[in-house]
Design a protein around this ligand. Structure first.
Ligand SMILES: Nc1nc2c(ncn2[C@@H]2O[C@H](COP(=O)(O)OP(=O)(O)OP(=O)(O)O)[C@@H](O)[C@H]2O)c(=O)[nH]1
Ligand SMILES: [Mg+2]
Length: 318
């Protein structure tokens, strides 16, 4: 493991020169990797972080790096419109939104956007996250409703597990990768991170083991000296340690995402519906794609009785 004083991250700085030929090669490798998945055997990426950490912007940026056309896959912050409260499953790279469409793509890659979760030290979050990871929570479920402990009859660990039973797990919803978004301009949400680490790796009873990635977003604010480098580095290292990925170059990334401050298309200042392509951002996103797609990561879920397996094509039973 790297020492605390040494930058444990791969990137040598935000402004790197980008070789367009190399970039294209990496993109082609990513495109090939994306074709391995199908609707029946998909890759589900669960995106977690505090409200406003950049989860939706991240999903849109990961889309843009391949699609080269701005499309708001996930609604991102722009007043009330951008506030996510549900668990939403996005299918990535619809042909008409991807330039050029991915040849041989089987529409098997999905990002799950979670409502911004508060940094509460509650077993309820860990339980709920574990249920999402096991494919037991259907898309479009309101997360706040099921984790709100201020309700008259607050949820408990056992009431949640009863509400979303193991027998209701859907194979196609099971999580394969977790991306934790942490904004450079905020203290890392340590309680939430611990809940994620525990849910992803320590649930012995469920024998679950899923790879977690840390993405430090809004790093442009560090470059512009809006945040002191020392403060940022200590946040980043604490976040990496909490997610147990400190020193892991593949699983820790520092990025600036597509956002109105950096990449909005001129000239209409009031319309941020479009973003211009940015090779620097694409390069980082492609690097992350390569790591997400790596088959080297161990993914283990709780065993499930075949007879109880529900199909994703029969979701009305919920
Ligand atoms: N400067 C800067 N702003 C960013 C970056 N990423 C996201 N933003 C901005 O941060 C705000 C919140 O971004 P979202 O993507 O909506 O965050 P979120 O985590 O999805 O928020 P919730 O869904 O409400 O939890 C938006 O105004 C984004 O434009 C970044 O890398 N740099
Ligand atoms: Mg969002």
């Amino acid at each position: 493991m790297a020492s605390a004083s040494k930058n444990p991250f791969l990137e040598e700085g935000v402004r790197m020169s980008v070789d367009p030929i190399k970039l294209k090669e990496v993109e082609n490798d990513v495109r090939t990797g994306l074709c391995k998945f199908t609707e029946r055997e998909p890759m589900n990426v669960l995106v977690i972080g505090k409200p406003g950490a950049g989860k939706s912007s991240f999903i849109n940026s990961m889309h843009m790096a391949i699609a080269h056309r701005w499309y708001e896959v996930a609604n991102y912050g722009d007043g009330r419109r951008g506030i996510t409260t549900d668990l939403i499953r996005y299918d990535m790279f619809r042909d008409e939104l991807t330039e050029p469409p991915i040849k041989g793509y089987n529409h098997g890659v999905f990002f799950w956007d979670t409502a911004g979760l508060e940094d509460l030290n509650q077993k309820i979050f860990e339980t709920f996250l574990g249920l999402i990871m096991e494919g037991r929570i259907p898309p479009d479920t309101n997360i706040h409703e099921h984790t709100d402990t201020t309700r008259q009859r607050p949820p408990t660990v056992s009431s949640l597990k009863r509400r979303f039973p193991r027998s209701g797990a859907v194979e196609e919803w099971k999580c394969h990768r977790i991306v934790f978004l942490c904004a450079a301009d905020e203290e890392p949400p340590m309680n939430l991170m611990e809940a994620v680490t525990d849910a992803a790796t320590k649930d012995k009873a469920d024998a679950r083991s899923l790879p977690v990635f840390l993405v430090m977003s809004k790093c442009d604010k560090v470059d512009r000296d809006e945040i002191s480098k020392d403060v940022y580095e200590s946040r980043r290292d604490n976040a990496a340690k909490s997610l147990m990925v400190f020193g892991n170059n593949q699983r820790c990334k520092e990025v600036s995402l597509y956002c109105k401050e950096l990449t909005a298309l001129p000239p209409d200042d009031f319309d941020y519906s479009g973003m211009r392509n940015d090779d620097e951002i694409n390069k980082k996103m492609l690097n992350l794609w390569m790591n997400l797609l790596s088959p080297a990561y161990r993914v283990k879920h709780a065993p499930q009785k075949k007879s109880f397996r529900r199909s994703v094509f029969n979701p009305l039973k919920w």
